[in-house]
Each structure stands twice: as structure tokens, then as C-alpha cells.
Ligand binder design. Structure first.
Ligand code: GLA
Length: 393
């Protein structure tokens, strides 16, 4: 699926706003979609960071920062039209810099784990930080979640958005090649938040970009997420060892607590005595999405298909996820333990949020049978994920 990515900004300074009525929508005047920028502080290293507020014509609002591309808040309506922030996070930049379990951030250069922090590519072995027990996780000590991105806002007749750009130098966090990464967030008037990922490199390198928002569709801080009803379009998942590295097996979900092919509450089976649930301390697994035969290697231009649907019964909020990626890590906030204090002083207790990280499979650089994550010079890494919000009675 192709979309126009070129930012369409001219003379942008502090605020852009327009009325949908001006764009030929006709009929009753709708609220203006807009994008605005404010300072969000300075990093410990002295870099200035901004926060951008996107609003669509229905009042849906996304706030995101140039630090890590972090989505700070995401306001969507419930079945009565009441808006709540449905993502976890912090109020201040210093909180994100101090200790964040990747709240809302862009993840790269390689989302998820690489076993032993090592891989071999074109006959050469690369050593990466072991920042998660014996393994490498989410790009290392200073992954794409902790860098300051260049941001260019844009406006289109039926959407607003932000283009994030980052040049990851050759050797950064141990990875080969200079990677030019571009991630576009688009908020549409169809209540979709679209993520487009592009990348190019000057040497072969593994690339696996994703977004790590934690959701609670009842509202941030409104209890655990065990009552959310999840449907996953996945007949298989990749079982893991005790350090959450895939064994290489592609296992059928049928007859296991990983079968979400029909709508099932997250909490319905999470406490079952199951080895995989023990290893993950709950769900923290990559699901192999049913793609109808399409591949999904970098540069291949895979099809956009439904990955997941989540329904929160008390508010009626629904989130659907569509992606070109072959996999999705479903993580149920098992490591949240009440030690982090988030926005407005909310304490994030066990399973107060879940993440659905669309991705290639974990540890692919060491798993030749998994769909490839190697990006070569001359190829374009290209990936798209859509979070679509709606309500249900
Ligand atoms: C991913 C990982 C989890 C955990 C979270 C952040 O979802 O798979 O194990 O690291 O990120 O805490």
C-alpha cells in the first residue's frame, strides 16, 4: 500500500489550523483539524525537544515528542462521545529519560530481542549490548526510543501528521551501516493513526522498526487491562525459551491459551499453568499473522492485513490494527509492578497496559528460516501499521 509521504508544509511556524468546511467538505461546519508545536524541555545532553499536538476533525488528539517519537497521549471517544487518554506515559521529559519501559516510543534499529547480543551477517559477527538478561532488546542502550528525531509537521485535506527523521550512524549500538530512518505519524479524519516506516542503508544491516505504545482503552490509569476483549488474526505464534528468545518453532495456537482467533478477554487464560505463559509472565509473545500467502521481507511491499481487534466493554472503545508486518508482539504489561508513577501521578500496577508491536519476528538475525530482516544497500525498508479507533454498543 502506497501513501504520499512528502510533507506538505510551507511557512509553518507555531500553529496551523483550518476548517474542514474550507476544504470543500460541504454541509455543517466541523471542528478544525490542526497541528501545534510547543517546547517539551531539554535532554540531559542539552538537546531541545518539542511536543506536537495533532487534532482531527472529530476531536481525536495525539501528542507526540521529538524525543524517541514518543506518543505522550492519545485521546479517543467512548461510546458516549467522552474523550479519554488511552495510552500510558509520563508528564515530563526527565521522567522519560530516567526510566521508561519504552512507553509510546519508536523502537529501532531492531525491535525485540537478538539472542546473546550477537549475529553474523555476510560472514562477519557483530556484538550488541546485552541489555535484557543475556539478550539484546529494542535496539540497545540508546535505541531509537532515546534519540532526538528531526520532525516536520504536515497537513492534508483529511489528515495531519508528523514526519520523524533520524540518521543512525554506522556502528551505532554495534549495528553495521548508516541507516536513514523516516517514520511518519498520520492522524486521519477516519480516526486512524497511521505509521509509515521507511529506511535505507549503505551496508547490509538488520532493521525491525515498531511502535511501543501501551494502551488501556478504558483510560490511562483506570485499572488493569484483563477485561479487554482481544481478537488476533493469527493461527500460529513463535514459542520462546525462558529468556524470551524464539525456539524457531512455529506453533499452532489451537488448543492453547494463545488462541485469540475468536474474541477472548486478555485475563481469561492468562493465569493458566502453561510453560509459555510462565516464561512470558503472561503474554509477551510474537504472533505469526495470517497474511494469506504474502511475504513481508524488507523492500517486498507486503499486503496490509488485519492483525488485531481490541474491545473494551465498559467504554465501548475498539481499536483495530492493520499491518504489512508478518508478526506482532502481544505484551500484557507483565513487568509493570507499581514502581512507575505516570501521568497525573497514576501508579502503573501489574498489567495496567498492553502493547501490540507489529514487527518481524524476534531474533531473526539468528533464525535463517524466519522472514528476513536484512536491509541491503539499494533497497528500501518499507512498513505500515494502522491503529483504527471506533466504538461498539
Ligand atoms: C517488549 C518486550 C517485553 C518488555 C517490553 C518492555 O514488549 O517483549 O518483554 O521488554 O517490551 O518492558
Amino acid at each position: 500500500m502506497q501513501r504520499t509521504l512528502a510533507p506538505k508544509v510551507s511557512g509553518w511556524s507555531v500553529m496551523l489550523a483550518w476548517s474542514a468546511a474550507c476544504t470543500g467538505g460541504g454541509g455543517a461546519q466541523r471542528p478544525a483539524a490542526s497541528v501545534a508545536r510547543e517546547p517539551f524541555g531539554t535532554t540531559d545532553q542539552g538537546a531541545a525537544v518539542n511536543v506536537y499536538t495533532l487534532k482531527n476533525a472529530h476531536g481525536m488528539e495525539v501528542r507526540a515528542t521529538s524525543y524517541g517519537g514518543i506518543i505522550l497521549s492519545l485521546k479517543v471517544p467512548d461510546r458516549n462521545g467522552r474523550f479519554d487518554d488511552v495510552v500510558l506515559g509520563y508528564d515530563s521529559l526527565s521522567d522519560y529519560q530516567r526510566a521508561s519501559p519504552y512507553f509510546g516510543a519508536i523502537i529501532g534499529r531492531y525491535g525485540n530481542r537478538i539472542a546473546g547480543g550477537r549475529f553474523t551477517l555476510d560472514g562477519r559477527t557483530y556484538t550488541l549490548a546485552r541489555n535484557n538478561g543475556p539478550n539484546h532488546l529494542h535496539g540497545g542502550l540508546k535505541g531509537f526510543d532515546k534519540v532526538v528525531w528531526d520532525v516536520a509537521p504536515f497537513e492534508h485535506p483529511d489528515s495531519v501528521g508528523l514526519v520523524f527523521r533520524y540518521r543512525s550512524p554506522d556502528g551505532e549500538e554495534g549495528y553495521p551501516g548508516t541507516l536513514q530512518a523516516t517514520v511518519t505519524y498520520t492522524l486521519t479524519d477516519r480516526n486512524e493513526l497511521i505509521f509509515d516506516y521507511l529506511g535505507t542503508t549503505d551496508r547490509a544491516t538488520p532493521v525491525n522498526l515498531t511502535q511501543h505504545s501501551y494502551f488501556n482503552l478504558a483510560g490511562d490509569g483506570k485499572g488493569d487491562i484483563l477485561g479487554h476483549v482481544v481478537t488476533l488474526n493469527a493461527d500460529h505464534f513463535t514459542p520462546v525459551d525462558s529468556t524470551l528468545i524464539p525456539t524457531g518453532e512455529i506453533r499452532a495456537v489451537a488448543g492453547t491459551p494463545f488462541d485469540f482467533r475468536t474474541p477472548t478477554a486478555i485475563g481469561a487464560r492468562i493465569a493458566q499453568d502453561d510453560e509459555q505463559l510462565r516464561y512470558g509472565r503472561g503474554y509477551d509473545h510474537n504472533f505469526v499473522l495470517n497474511k494469506g500467502g504474502t511475504g513481508g521481507s524488507p523492500g517486498e511491499g507486503a499486503a496490509l492485513t488485519l492483525a488485531a481487534r481490541v474491545y473494551e466493554p465498559s467504554t465501548g472503545r475498539v481499536m483495530e490494527i492493520y499491518t504489512t508486518e508478518p508478526g506482532m508482539q502481544f505484551y500484557t504489561g507483565n513487568f509493570l509492578d507499581g514502581t512507575l508513577r505516570g501521568k497525573h501521578g497514576v501508579v502503573y500496577r501489574h498489567r495496567y497496559g498492553f502493547a501490540m508491536e507489529t514487527q518481524h519476528f524476534p531474533d531473526t538475525p539468528n533464525k535463517p528460516d524466519f522472514p528476513s530482516t536484512t536491509l541491503h544497500p539499494g533497497e528500501q525498508y518499507r512498513s505500515q501499521t494502522i491503529y483504527k479507533f471506533a466504538v461498539q454498543p
